[in-house]
Design a protein around this ligand. Structure first.
Ligand SMILES: [Mn+2]
Length: 405
């Protein structure tokens, strides 16, 4: 079966399993086909790596293990798909339109119980008890309670040395002769080029495995390595194309949630500097909408110069509930970080937008992957130092719904 047809059938494949779990369907036809449903899911940012890894790995496994069903799920609600501009760009280029894709909100709760899950591009998930395999390149979080819930037999391929999870998928794809698909090869190739910052030495976002896989994909696609830079520019432009989004959507575009037992802190990543964002009309309203349920917002900005590709980064800490001591604690943790040093310094022109802290990040090699754990550690320290009765910390009555369970 070809890649596009596989994707077009994913919904009916899922529907078949849904019918099997409904009691009425059981009574009518208690068939035990023995076909197990495997959901292949990327992380909640649904960046290009997560989206491509999910759809390509699901296809490869479906072709190799025909006795079971593999369905890729994009780990966002469908309404957020327009925010993933580079995903939409590459998918359309490869002939994949939004209606054929399946999203987190396409999975009803009842199916989540008996399903097996393959995680790509992340390894901490509320679905941990159902996870049978993980392909990831994030730093191992083996102390996380979710990680401890993974079944004993779960296969782990967590390789921090690769710049892209798509490299690990490419290894599976290229490791056997079947299936072959130009669409799969093209998507994996594009994702590795983007994630490794086109193998820029200054960025150090790749390892030998990324190089080996991209070269093999290029030979399969009859591409030359001198075509990489125009592909990279095209994807970066697509990712940074926020022209059709509202400012609130810009904040939500590439966000991650830092969650402790007591707090939920959204962390936004934007394709413009925060310092430029706050100058825009409606920025304050957008920040309010974005952070309505949290007492700290972390906003990371990045600007890539279209002429020389030079990267600038900055970050902001904003508290909507005036938690100044708490915000100061997080700011201090970021300023003092040694591994890596972020080299945070005030902007040349300072701002007091919404009483927040705005800092230029002179170590442009440090990314959200580095900043997120520093913030999380700071939250946990703060919670340990401030007992449960402390009303300075905002308590959530219920954790927000993340994932399927
Ligand atoms: Mn990734």
């Amino acid at each position: 079966m070809c890649f596009l047809r596989f994707l077009a059938q994913a919904r009916s494949t899922l529907g078949r399993h849904l019918a099997e779990v409904s009691p009425a369907a059981w009574a009518a036809a208690p068939v035990d086909s023995g076909r197990k449903l495997h959901l292949v899911m990327g992380n909640e940012s649904c960046d290009l790596d997560s989206a491509v890894s999910a759809v390509t790995l699901a296809f490869v496994y479906a072709q190799r293990h025909r006795e079971h069903d593999y369905v890729p799920i994009l780990n966002i609600p469908r309404r957020d798909y327009p925010l993933k501009t580079e995903v939409g760009h590459l998918f359309v280029k490869c002939g994949i339109a939004e209606p054929v894709l399946l999203f987190r909100d396409d999975i009803p709760k009842e199916v989540a119980q008996d399903v097996s899950v393959i995680l790509v591009d992340h390894h901490v998930s509320p679905l941990a008890p159902n996870v049978t395999e993980i392909l990831d390149h994030r730093p191992l979080e083996d102390s996380s309670p979710c990680f401890k819930q993974l079944p004993a037999g779960c296969e782990l391929d967590i390789d921090e040395a690769v710049g892209s999870c798509a490299t690990l998928v490419a290894q599976r794809y290229l490791g056997e002769k079947q299936p072959r698909s130009a669409g799969v090869a093209q998507m994996l190739h594009a994702t590795i080029v983007l994630d490794t910052i086109n193998f820029a030495l200054a960025a150090k976002r790749f390892g030998p495995k990324d190089v080996a896989m991209v070269e093999q994909l290029e030979s399969e696609l009859n591409l030359h390595d001198d075509q990489r830079s125009s592909l990279f520019d095209e994807l970066v432009a697509a990712r940074a194309d926020i022209s059709k989004l509202t400012l609130t959507e810009v904040l939500r575009k590439d966000m991650k949630i830092i969650q402790t037992d007591r707090q939920v802190v959204p962390l936004a990543g934007m394709p413009i500097l925060v310092r430029d964002f706050v100058e825009k009309k409606g920025a304050e309203k957008a920040v309010h909408e974005f952070g309505v349920e949290s007492n700290l917002l972390v906003i990371l900005g990045m600007y890539v110069s279209p002429t020389d590709g030079q990267v600038q980064r900055d970050l902001a800490l904003i508290s909507l509930s005036g938690q100044s001591h708490f915000v100061e604690h997080v700011r201090h943790a970021l300023m003092e970080s040694k591994d890596p040093k972020l080299e945070l310094r005030p902007h040349e022109v300072d701002t007091r937008f919404m009483g927040g802290y705005f800092l230029r990040q002179h170590n442009v090699q440090a990314t959200r992957k580095h900043i997120l754990p520093i913030v999380k550690r700071a939250l946990l320290e703060w919670e340990a130092d401030h007992g449960c009765d402390c009303d300075e910390v905002y308590f959530f009555k219920e954790k927000p719904q993340l994932g399927l369970s």
